[in-house]
Design a binder for this molecule. Sequence first.
Ligand code: XMP
Length: 523
Amino acid sequence: MNATEPTPRRTAEELVLVLDFGSQYAQLIARRVREQQVYCEIVRHDLPAAQIAARRPMGLILSGGPSSVYDPGAPRCDPKLFELGVPVLGICYGMQLACQALGGRVENAPAREYGRALCGRTADHPLFDGLPDRFEVWMSHGDQVTRVSDAFVPIAGTDTCPIAAVRHQRLPVLGLQFHPEVTHTPLGGAMLGNFLKQICGCHGRWKLGDFARETVEAIRERVGGDRVICGLSGGVDSSVTAALLYQAIGSNLTCILVNNGLLRRDEQASVIREFTDHFRTDLHVIDAEDRFLGALAGIREPQEKRRRIGHAFIACFKEASAKVAGARYLAQGTLYPDVIESGAAPDGPAATIKLHHNVGGLPEELGFALIEPLRDLFKDEVRKLGLELGLPEELVWRHPFPGPGLAVRCLGEVTRERLAVLRSADAIVVEEIRRGGLYRMTAQAFAVLLPVRSVGVMGDSRTYDHAIAVRCVDTDDFMTADWTRLPYELLARISTRIINEVKGVNRVCYDISSKPPATIEWE
Ligand code: XMP
């Protein structure tokens, strides 16, 4: 059995494919489509037209991308896809590619355009149903389409971009130079909805409840009477994975919780409590603190930390799973953004941002086949699914915690002493955010221990102690994020408590960077 054999794919009744040309927004497009209750997947930009046709999509969306269509190695799609009779919507680079492939001319814009613009309709089209004559859009491009062949008709324009939207005369091919998927295009969702419902003919019947039922059935069919191991972290992803598996195979599920010494305060106890409240099946708790901290000794470089944690994890699993008789499968809570951000398609055009240790499959020699039932879902969809499966709100709304744990929040060397400082500061941050009633309103809140010391004064003495950064962000999809505007009073309380209660800390800073260009975690 191949270790990476996928769970049989559910046959979504209505499928839309997003061809990814390397846009940072490709996932956002997929989310917006799913928000219209149409199932959507991101696929490689060069997927052959025959393979696209075999999936019987109702529509295709060509994403934007960083290249110019005239770059020598610019990513292209199979031009035959325009002849499939399936409606195509090209966005930005996708529009330029469609126009170029079908006879238009694309040129470098006189000035690179980035930001808001007012777009006016120049022709009637169902894409604009329900929209006013002029509406705000978000532009982000260097090139633009300057001339279209007779095959295309311009249907909207802005002052600086006269051909901001086009339709093909004969084929169901549309193009938008602006980005309907971003919130800065306030009516973008309506345009995408029009594309899906009016042009592709989708009804929008995709529901998470169906997804749960189909996934449970698919797992049952695939696994039969075999045993499945599932790594638990206490986070929503692994809990929902375990809940799906538990529904599918009951006590044939064995869960493993690895205490890697990088967990937050009281985390192990609360995972065990929640597990025993919800599942009547085996839980093996592995104490691997020494192994992980040994592997991390002297390591400061973030990717190397992740690599070593990944290896230690695999080794732990190997040992623990060898003790579980008859296990053939391993379930993981990998999500869609993990798959994309980790550059799971290594030859794809999108850049790898971080090495997420839990993505990319386990080494084959482990002998397990992988089950990743959440691989197609976004975080907010996983939360909804968790509630559908009866998991408690407290667990479902828990802030995400990275697989490499506190190691990527303990900048510089990871030692027991430094982890103890970080853990205490982190507990105060979360406690105060909860107490202020803001836990559900923020997406993630935590402390980071910085690898610097600074001078302070406590009582009459000079101190030379650690600095803590507080990170608190708002985000829906964890792909982009903004720092939370926490009330000053709350920040003051957090700072005072950390400095008073955590020995060795004399300075607290609040991280006011958005993602991008920063990331949520510091490493
Ligand atoms: P970044 O730091 O990339 O984080 O902006 C985005 C989201 O992913 C989480 N994260 C991880 N989750 N394994 C995980 O399971 C990882 O290696 C990892 N790195 C980051 C991060 O906490 C945030 O929610």
